[in-house]
Design a binder for this molecule. Structure first.
Ligand code: NDP
Length: 284
């Protein structure tokens, strides 16, 4: 039976580390790192995420500013707010909660954020740094997965890593981060032929498709390390991953649960990226 990687505990360790670093910044520089989160509209899931981010900020000692804008906010108004936050010395990290309403061009908004304050790691400058192998602000979900692997003692160099999903926020940056650590990478998507034949080759399998229980027991080899990014609602309303846990766990060496695996890490890495942004801005 696999070792179950406790994302909640590792995320707590990271928040504790961030909290200590924040205390040092406060003692030395007399300021707290500041994170601004912008929420446009009233999507209930987005409201919950923003609330949790504010809670995390309070726990680690950040200054937290939440800007709630109505759903009919125009693009120019949002761009103006970002410009103001880019110039605000008390703010070191800026995050626009996605998705934004249709009248707003997401790319334009992301590109308006100062890359140094882009704590989501979505700005083309930060994506470029990741491609070049020296990320400043790695995007939070794959960054969190790298921490889960490292802190669980999983070796990466020379391993076959298979990623199911090629989105800009999970699959692609995940592939680049594992490649930078010398894994051999395969990225799968909906046009992949014989997915099971590919996933069976994996020493490390990252499932990020958003399809409930699509990775079955016969799609993995013995000893595989399984990271389940999926967050899906089952018919009964339960939060479930992309991996059929009961079938896959007996074959795996390590596995992340849903909930309690990758999810808490994404939030913790946002705190870490904000700390890094503050440290680099303070250092000038
Ligand atoms: P997207 O919908 O943007 O991307 C899904 C990817 O999976 C696409 O590349 C798609 O292929 C691929 N895919 C979908 N179905 C299949 C299939 N049957 N076989 C092979 N590939 C498939 O999703 P995200 O990357 O944004 O998120 C993925 C999942 O991770 C979601 O459940 C999301 O909720 C979750 N998530 C969880 C986070 C966390 O913190 N725990 C953070 C971010 C996301 P194609 O490109 O061909 O369409």
């Amino acid at each position: 039976m696999a070792i179950i990687i406790d994302g909640g505990k590792i995320a707590q360790d990271i928040r504790n580390e961030v909290r200590l670093a924040v205390q040092q910044i406060k003692e030395k520089n007399g300021i707290a790192p500041g994170l601004a989160v912008i929420l446009v509209g009233d999507d209930p899931a987005s409201r919950v995420y923003v609330g949790k981010k504010a809670q995390d900020c309070a726990e680690v000692g950040f200054l937290s500013r939440v800007e709630k804008l109505p759903s009919d906010t125009g693009e120019n108004k949002l761009l103006h707010l970002i410009k103001e936050l880019n110039a605000d010395k008390a703010i070191h990290g800026i995050l626009v909660q996605l998705p934004v309403p249709k009248q707003i061009n997401t790319e334009k908004i992301i590109e308006a954020i100062d890359p140094c304050k882009d704590v989501d790691g979505f700005h083309p400058y930060n994506v470029g740094r990741l491609v070049a192998g020296s990320p400043d602000r790695p995007s939070c979900t794959p960054y969190g997965i790298m921490e889960l692997l490292d802190r669980s003692g999983v070796a990466i160099a020379g391993k076959e890593a298979v990623i199911v999903g090629r989105s800009n926020i999970v699959g692609k940056p995940m592939a680049l981060m594992l490649l930078a650590r010398h894994a051999t990478i395969t990225v799968c998507h909906t046009k992949t032929k014989d997915l099971a034949a590919v996933t069976r080759r994996a020493d490390i399998l990252v499932a990020a498709a958003g399809k409930e229980a699509m990775i079955r027991g016969d799609m993995v080899k013995d000893g595989v390390v399984v990271i389940d990014v999926g967050t899906n609602r089952s018919r009964e309303g339960k939060l479930v991953g992309d991996v059929a846990f009961a079938e896959v766990a007996p074959r795996a060496s390590y596995i992340t649960p849903v909930p309690g695996g990758v999810g808490p890490m994404t939030r913790a890495m946002l705190m870490k990226n904000t700390l890094k942004a503050a440290q680099s801005i303070i250092a000038g």
